[in-house]
Design a protein around this ligand. Structure first.
Ligand code: COA
Ligand code: AMP
Length: 277
């Protein structure tokens, strides 16, 4: 990758409704090609967008953060209800209270925006009380300006494909979750998509890595979103600033294991956490 890096971001909408978005961080020699790839991606969606915006910003004067990706574990539960219970158990291991974890699941189940709609970004939630901190409950907060380096991208593709995780969403959600897990004050994240065809979701944190559940919702369910849990409200400003604007390159892939059954995984997790206290 050459020295001047650019953030290349694509968003597409139809009748004013967002339908697709993706982003990369690349050297200047790759900017045109990546603009084309992201445009092609917007046009390949089932419903043709009537608006595609590709934004390119130089990152020349900014510090680029680097990190290793979260490790991935797939946890196989018998149904959506047991997946959500296991997700709550994982959140509790990360320091989220039972009531906040339950509240987050209910928010995503009902739709976290007013009147049960989906949000344009994530909920920011107090990990102890379940209070919500976003100023705008339709918009929430979006994490942006992150990508894999080319070497890490090759490696994570190989590792995920070897585990049968071939959907590009897994790789992109893992990158987003890795950025979110590193934010000041963040102890965990819960996510499932609002795409009715995509039932997988996850709990992610620095403590547990990226814990993936193949069915956190039923097929056809259009509700979903992200909840980011903060342990200390004092970190709110720094957290939002980091999520939105600090560029992050993931330089190293993590491991990928599973599927494991939920009782086996939860027993292992509590054992590991007890021994690390
Ligand atoms: N849902 C709904 N609307 C969205 C949206 C989303 N996910 N992302 C962008 N928009 C629309 C909104 O109207 C937004 O205005 P708002 O800030 O008032 O909500 C407008 O586009 C501008 O958004 P912004 O984030 O400033 O645009 P951008 O061009 O800088 O970046 C994205 C757009 C989509 C690339 C970026 O927001 C993003 O989500 N990046 C992460 C993509 C990714 O890897 N996701 C992984 C999913 S598995
Ligand atoms: P997706 O995984 O793209 O289906 O998105 C699921 C939900 O996550 C959306 O409904 C938004 O509420 C939220 N979201 C989308 N993009 C972002 C982002 N960049 N940062 C934080 N939350 C997001």
């Amino acid at each position: 990758m050459d020295s001047i890096l650019y953030s290349v971001r694509m968003r597409a909408s139809l009748d004013g409704k967002h339908c697709c978005g993706a982003e990369r961080i690349v050297g200047r020699d790759a900017v045109e090609q990546v603009m084309q790839e992201l445009t092609t991606r917007a046009l390949q969606r089932g419903s043709a967008p009537d608006n595609i915006v590709v934004h390119v910003d130089s990152l020349a004067n900014l510090d680029i953060l680097t990190c290793k990706a979260l490790d991935v574990t797939t946890v196989d539960c018998s149904d959506v209800m047991s997946s959500r219970s296991a997700a709550i158990a994982v959140l509790k291991c990360c320091g989220v209270s039972e009531s906040a974890a339950g509240h987050a699941v209910e928010c995503l189940r009902k739709g976290p925006a007013p009147a049960g709609a989906v949000m344009r970004g994530a909920v920011l939630m107090d990990a102890r009380t379940g209070d919500r901190y976003e100023d705008d409950k339709e918009r929430g907060v979006r994490a942006s300006r992150f990508d894999w380096t080319s070497d890490a991208l090759v490696e994570i593709r190989r590792i995920l494909e070897h585990a049968g995780l071939t959907h590009f969403r897994t790789r992109e959600a893992l990158a987003l979750a890795t950025k979110i897990a590193g934010a000041p004050g963040v102890v965990a994240e819960l996510c499932w998509s609002d795409d009715g065809d995509y039932t997988a979701g996850y709990v992610a944190s620095r403590k547990t890595g990226y814990v993936r559940f193949p069915a956190l919702k039923d097929r056809g369910d259009p509700k979903g979103g992200r909840v980011i849990f903060l342990i200390d409200r004092a970190d709110l400003g720094a957290c939002i600033e980091y999520l939105r604007s600090k560029p992050l390159l993931i330089t190293q892939a993590g491991s990928c294991r599973g599927p494991m059954k939920d009782p086996e995984y939860l027993a292992e997790l509590s054992h590991v956490l007890r021994n690390s206290e």
